[in-house]
Design a protein around this ligand. Structure first.
Ligand SMILES: Nc1ncnc2c1ncn2[C@@H]1O[C@H](COP(=O)(O)OP(=O)(O)OP(=O)(O)O)[C@@H](O)[C@H]1O
Ligand SMILES: [Mg+2]
Length: 390
């Protein structure tokens, strides 16, 4: 075969793997949060300490995102920036399609009204009952008092507090107080909920219960949730798991898809020798990237930096960068490309362009090479596949 082969996934790669790919719930949804190159410092001048570094993050409508990472890694800082509670200093942060950097105070207040906040110290008003605490959240809306009470009671009942409507916080347990705080954040049915360790003060069983209720309600109402937690027992509710380490995003995975990615990798000939654990490790390091129609994903002659899997849509491989419908190969969901340049160190020998809006999974060169190091059969198989295609 001619040059089509080298960086061009052939039919082996392009097998009908669509069946392994379930639709992504969040895809097609609106992007609620979009951070690009977001950095943050505390302190001034010489004493300024950078705590967030160049954060790129997309969160889609309807997703439940768990933000985790060691203490001091910047989780609360990021959450409060997203919530418009801190001034964006550097980079771009869009919320509900609007840029927060440089936004006027009044506008920020308006945006914050569309967010439900649940913080570690849940700041309930000690002198108010559970119902009154929840009703507070509705008081800025023009709504008859009876309607406010009805909504407050409904949500408190859903959270299992029907028998505690008239109790003040000091007469409630930690778990009950946390549930009041959740009710207060949810009662206005906000588009976005920001929660900072909502289960921190709770023991395992009540933490789990609170989170399960929380999940039920947010799913029902289609809320997007960003929750900071250290609690390993609640990670399974996440659609996306983002890990911060030292102010940087260390991993960003769509958890429910990571098993899908594994399945999909396993069905590709060159990955099939990897153990499930190895596949999971590779899947965890993959990022989701979107490209609009006609975008150039790989350019002929450039250095290879990533390996890609097609998640949704299709791409066209332009051999030697030339647009020639005769030799162009179209790759759809389940296909992969970009591995050869990573293996050989040679420049890209084809251009790859999005034929329509596409969603890809990408794996960086170091992670790709690490996967190779870890798997001798994988490497052999990959080299064999390449040789076979020449
Ligand atoms: N107001 C502040 N002034 C100065 N430094 C701060 C301030 N708030 C946070 N920091 C520092 O910024 C870094 C990130 O803090 P942040 O609270 O975002 O971490 P975190 O990941 O939420 O940690 P934890 O899990 O302990 O809550 C830490 O080093 C912290 O000491
Ligand atoms: Mg914190």
């Amino acid at each position: 075969m001619g040059p089509v082969s080298t960086d061009t996934p052939d039919n082996i790669h392009a097998t009908a793997t669509t069946q392994f790919l379930a639709p992504v719930r969040s895809r097609g949804g609106e992007k609620l949060v979009r951070a690009r190159g977001l950095s943050h410092w505390f302190g001034e001048g010489e004493l300024a300490k950078q705590v967030l570094f160049n954060i790129d993050l997309d969160i889609y409508a309807g997703e439940t995102v768990i933000l985790t990472g060691p203490s001091g890694s910047g989780k609360t800082t990021l959450l409060t920036l997203i919530g418009g509670l801190r001034t964006v200093q550097h980079g771009s942060l869009r919320l509900f399609g609007q840029e927060l950097r440089g936004m006027a105070r009044q506008e920020l207040v308006r945006i914050r009204r569309q967010i439900g906040f649940i913080f570690q110290a849940h700041n309930l008003f000690a002198s108010l009952t559970a119902r009154e605490n929840v009703r507070m959240a509705l008081e800025l809306d023009a709504m008859p008092r009876a309607e406010m009470d009805r909504r407050a009671d409904t949500i408190l009942r859903r959270l299992g507090l029907g028998h505690r409507l008239d109790y003040r916080p000091d007469a409630l347990s930690g778990g009950q107080r946390q549930r009041v705080a959740i009710a207060r954040a949810l009662v206005r049915e906000p588009r976005l909920i920001l929660a900072d360790e909502p289960t921190a003060a709770l023991d395992g069983a009540s933490g789990r219960e609170v989170v399960t209720l929380f999940q039920e309600l947010t799913r029902e109402k289609g809320c997007t949730v960003i929750m900071v937690t250290h609690d390993n027992r609640v990670l399974d509710i996440a659609d996306r798991l983002v890990t911060l380490v030292d102010g940087r995003i260390a991993t960003n995975v769509i958890t429910q898809e990571s098993s899908v990615i594994c399945d999909f990798l396993r069905h590709c000939p060159i990955f099939q020798h990897m153990t499930p654990a190895m596949l999971a490790e590779v899947a965890e390091k993959m990022f989701v990237e979107e490209f609009p129609e006609n975008a150039l994903i790989i350019r002929y002659g450039e250095e290879g930096d990533k390996f890609y899997l097609v998640r949704e849509g299709s791409v066209e491989v332009l051999v030697q960068g030339r647009d020639d419908p005769q030799t162009n190969v179209v790759l759809g969901p389940g296909s992969f490309f970009g591995e050869t340049a990573l293996l050989t160190g040679a420049p890209r020998n084809a251009t790859v362009r999005a034929r329509e809006p596409v969603v890809l999974y990408s794996l960086g060169k170091p992670e790709f090479q690490q996967a190779l190091e870890g798997s001798l059969p994988f490497k052999e198989e990959l080299l064999r596949a390449i040789v076979a295609r020449r």
